[in-house]
Design a protein around this ligand. Structure first.
Ligand code: SAM
Length: 261
């Protein structure tokens, strides 16, 4: 994404523990017990808070549609039927950006419920605006770190599908550890799928595509639906961003795995 990045120091539970060298000096403590004065182990986030202004239209969408479509984060299991006011297959999306693909997919799959996580406020406003313009009713948004949502709000076996489209590629080797698709998180994702539920990732960064294929193939709960990369499923649209990349000759790779029974 072209937006200027702002780095944050974060001390919250998420993807993985930071290397020991990054840990603050502290008195020794029992194994597995945080040292005195440390409430959470220091961990690595898959995102940075990006600069970017919420437009007037997005702010109005927050006012008009936020109360109905944005769920509060709470570290307790989500009652999806209550949140969506209906029971339907539940699909989690991690990192919807400006929500272009999200709104399209919710429109073409009205029988499914989409629980969508994004930390970037203008993106949440943009998706709320699309919800209003398109009259969508099957999306709920959590403006929160998806890793914490998975850890605290989603019990095992509760999801019918998961979408992770163009996750931040973290190109530099020293930042690769921030990538979402790594064995510990993939194990958690797989456990939250129902048997037969699917995990669909897409990226335009070939080294990350290869990492996705390798990590998902190594997860015992998951099975590839294709031999290697998958054909692009018809519900996933070509977004403006993707079209621009394709015009520049970049590739796009989809991987679709299902949870074994
Ligand atoms: C490169 S953008 C892709 C956005 C969108 N999926 C698309 O295809 O255009 C990745 C997005 O994931 C979000 N993100 C990264 N890690 C996240 C996390 N742990 N929880 C929620 N959102 C996250 C970022 O804020 C960013 O907007």
């Amino acid at each position: 994404m072209a937006t200027k990045l702002q780095w944050l120091t974060v001390i919250e539970p998420t993807l993985a523990s930071a290397p020991p060298s990054a840990a603050p000096a502290a008195a020794p403590s029992a194994p597995g017990v945080a040292p005195a004065g440390v409430t959470h182990p220091k961990t690595i986030k898959s995102f940075v808070r990006r600069a970017g202004r919420t437009t007037t239209g997005q702010a109005k969408a927050f006012e008009d549609f936020g109360p109905r479509f944005v769920l509060p984060y709470a570290p307790t299991p989500l009652d999806a039927a209550a949140a969506f006011a209906r029971s339907a297959p539940l699909v989690l999306e991690i990192g919807f950006g400006m929500g272009e693909a999200t709104a399209h997919i919710a429109g073409v799959r009205p029988a499914d419920n989409f629980l969508c996580c994004e930390v970037h406020e203008p993106g949440v406003g943009a998706l709320l605006k699309r919800i209003g313009e398109q009259g969508l009713t099957n999306i709920r948004i959590l403006q929160h770190d998806a890793v914490e949502v998975i850890d605290h709000m989603l019990p095992e076996g509760c999801l019918d599908g998961m979408h992770i489209f163009f996750p931040d590629p973290w190109h530099k080797t020293k930042h690769n550890k921030r990538r979402l698709i790594q064995p510990p998180l993939v194990a958690k994702l797989a456990a939250r799928l129902k048997p037969g539920g699917y995990l669909h990732c897409a990226t335009d960064w070939q080294p990350y595509a290869e990492q996705m294929l390798q990590v998902l193939s190594a997860e015992p709960l998951l099975q590839n639906t294709a031999t290697g990369f998958a054909p692009q499923p018809d519900y996933r649209p070509l977004t403006k961003f993707e079209n621009r990349g394709l015009r520049l000759g970049h590739g796009v790779w989809d991987v679709v795995f299902v949870r074994r029974n």
